[in-house]
Ligand binder design. Structure first.
Ligand SMILES: Cc1cc2nc3c(=O)[nH]c(=O)nc-3n(C[C@H](O)[C@H](O)[C@H](O)COP(=O)(O)OP(=O)(O)OC[C@H]3O[C@@H](n4cnc5c(N)ncnc54)[C@H](O)[C@@H]3O)c2cc1C
Length: 372
């Protein structure tokens, strides 16, 4: 079943045809659409293909959290990347979140986000992250009364946002079409030889495209499941919440319904899959969790699944495909791709135009091929 977000009505995209594209992009999620916008603004002729519709992949099926930062906690990023690189990476995501907010209209609400600790052990972990953020000059607030005392502590990130992700990506796609980008929906690209452009970008994140050569499968398809309840009258949550190391995430929408996702760790083996379907075990866990949050069982109005691409070092994969002088890749956000996808789509487009950003040295696809 498609997601709560994708079920929202939208206007059809303007019809655009591009002859002899300079760049063809596979994948019309946040990454592909962001890249298309940047390339079109630079005067490139761009065609985007998607096997489904715009935002039909994870970009229209996710939790709707637009968070600054990388996938790992900030203190871990400092350990793994060094303080300067971690700080620069986080700052860059903040800039892209601001830019996304300026384009999103009513698809984005700047309400902040709460990373909650489920128990005392996690409290100690998030305290370490909070202190690292503050030491490096980032805005963050320590909360000890998170969600009416239900959780021992939380970090409030004041500039994060809640998004209606399908509306957001459709809006960006409409803008790209208005800027002259051709978007071909319901067309699966079976091989790169099918494409005519001199440069190709594969922006398929966790969905196996068959186009990534030796990187295929190294961005590991991973399933996330979600549900949306009936609307409720009481306002329980003002902003997106996530806890248990990001395994659980939920928010309350403006109309009062709760969307929740996660609990992958209840059946980790079966969730490393590209089968976009829900399962009773995880849906049952989500339903009980939401009933617990609300203090009573709530009617579930929609259940869905989506696939994201997991990378073992939690860094995106952005750059030329190893051994291929025509094709580039941008993806592998490990479940954190709303802002990162927007950012990496722009950065890869700029790199295609010859303007490489320092952060891309961290995201080099070659590291995945070497690690095999
Ligand atoms: C349940 C769930 C919850 C999540 N929650 C969050 C969250 O709250 N915050 C956050 O930041 N991130 C979240 N994520 C991750 C985020 O959704 C993704 O990282 C991001 O949407 C990836 O965007 P993308 O454009 O790179 O790929 P996608 O949006 O997945 O798009 C890839 C597209 O490629 C197409 N495709 C694949 N192969 C081919 C082919 N051969 N030919 C043509 N088309 C092809 C697919 O049809 C698909 O539409 C979540 C993911 C899931 C699944």
């Amino acid at each position: 079943m498609s997601s709560w977000w994708l079920a929202e009505q939208s206007d059809p995209l303007p019809r655009v045809r591009v002859d002899e594209p300079d760049v063809e992009i596979v994948g019309a999620g946040i990454t592909g659409v962001s890249a298309a916008l940047t390339l079109a603004h630079a005067g490139q002729r761009v065609r985007v293909h998607d096997a489904r519709e715009v935002a039909g992949g994870a970009s229209g099926r996710n939790g709707g959290f637009a968070l600054r930062g990388g996938t790992m906690a900030y203190d871990k990023a400092r350990e793994w990347l060094g303080r300067d690189q971690a700080r620069a990476y986080w700052r860059l995501t903040e800039e892209y979140l601001d830019r996304l907010a300026s384009l999103a209209g009513d698809a984005l609400r700047r309400v902040g986000s709460l990373r909650v600790a489920a128990d005392d052990e996690e409290r100690a972990e998030i305290r370490t992250e909070y202190e690292a953020l503050r030491e490096d000059g980032f805005d963050a607030e320590w909360r000890t009364e998170a969600v009416g005392g239900r959780f021992p502590a939380a970090i409030f990130h004041p500039d994060d946002a809640a998004i209606q992700p399908a509306r957001l990506v459709r809006r960006l796609a409409a803008q790209a079409a208005a800027d002259g980008v051709e978007i071909v929906e319901h067309h699966r690209v079976e091989s790169l030889e099918q494409l005519e452009a001199e440069r190709v970008l594969v922006a398929t994140d966790g969905y196996p495209s068959g186009l990534l050569g030796e990187l295929e499968g190294l961005i590991i398809p991973t399933r996330g499941q979600m549900l949306a309840t009936e609307p409720i009258a009481e306002r329980l949550f003002d902003c997106p919440h996530y806890g248990r190391h990001g395994f659980d995430y939920w928010q309350q929408l403006p109309d009062g319904r709760i969307t929740a996702g996660g609990f992958r760790d209840f059946a980790l083996d079966s969730e490393f899959t590209d089968a976009e379907e829900t399962t009773p075990a995880i849906q049952g866990a989500l339903e009980s969790f939401v009933a617990d949050l609300a203090g009573r069982p709530l009617r579930v109005e929609r259940r869905w699944a989506g696939i994201f691409g997991l990378v073992l070092d939690f860094l995106p994969v952005v750059g030329p495909l190893p051994g291929n002088d025509r094709a580039w890749v941008a993806g592998g956000y490990s479940g954190h791709g709303n802002v990162l996808g927007f950012m990496c789509g722009d950065l890869v487009a700029r790199a295609l135009l010859g303007e490489t950003h320092d952060v891309l040295t961290l995201f080099d696809p070659v590291r995945l091929a070497r690690a095999v």
